[in-house]
Design a protein around this ligand. Structure first.
Ligand code: FES
Length: 200
């Protein structure tokens, strides 16, 4: 006996049922994936970028922000402090900032900054994490008779210049860290985000 042709109405029903089940399956499969990918509120709070208004930051002064629970210094260097930087090269451990991960690529230059005058650094000594003190004076000081401004860590006497580069003879092994940051405009920076042209 010849086989009966398939019931077209039943086939339509089965196709529709399969599509619905397939859709539900995708929906259920997607939920755990999204949960695993989404950072927790605590992680966002700990690592979220921080917007800082630097409109009141005067030339030669320091402003301190907090990012990832760490102090971030923002300093507007004077022309004299900038002019003195090249002259310090021979006294530094890493004058060209060759050690990787101490600054983003866009801050790997003679000023270690995006704009020459505005310096942004993590305020934590690369020796054992004390907070170095800001000493912008360009005159002999107790720890250096040729001081051209910079940072002095009182814990074990590490010295850094006005670009955060560490001096020879300091226990700190590397330059102070420049965090990722970008300018929104002349008086606003975001710490924790790269400039847009740096994002792939
Ligand atoms: S922690 Fe700064 S010199 Fe030791």
């Amino acid at each position: 006996m010849a086989e009966q042709p398939a019931d077209p109405g039943r086939r339509r029903f089965l196709t529709a049922t399969t599509a619905v089940v397939g859709g539900v399956g995708v929906a259920f499969a997607a939920v755990p994936f999204i949960s695993a990918w989404k950072p927790s509120a605590r992680a966002v709070a700990a690592g979220a970028p921080v917007t800082v208004d630097i409109s009141k930051l005067e030339i030669g002064a320091q402003q301190i922000a907090t990012w990832r629970k760490r102090p971030v210094w923002i300093i507007r260097r004077t022309p004299a402090l900038l002019d003195a930087l090249p002259g310090e090269d021979s006294r530094l451990k890493d004058p060209d900032s060759a050690v990787i991960d101490q600054q983003p690529e866009y801050a790997k230059n003679e000023y270690r900054s995006i704009k020459p005058d505005v310096l942004v650094l993590i305020g934590s000594c690369t020796h054992l994490g004390c907070s170095p003190k800001f000493h912008p004076e360009m005159q002999p000081v107790a720890w250096d008779e040729n001081w051209k401004g910079g940072f002095f860590c009182p814990c074990h006497n590490s010295r850094f210049d006005m670009a955060g580069r560490v001096y020879e003879g300091s226990p700190a092994p590397t330059n102070l860290v420049v965090p990722p940051y970008r300018f929104v405009d002349d008086s606003t920076i975001v710490i924790g985000e790269d400039p847009e042209q740096e994002v792939a």
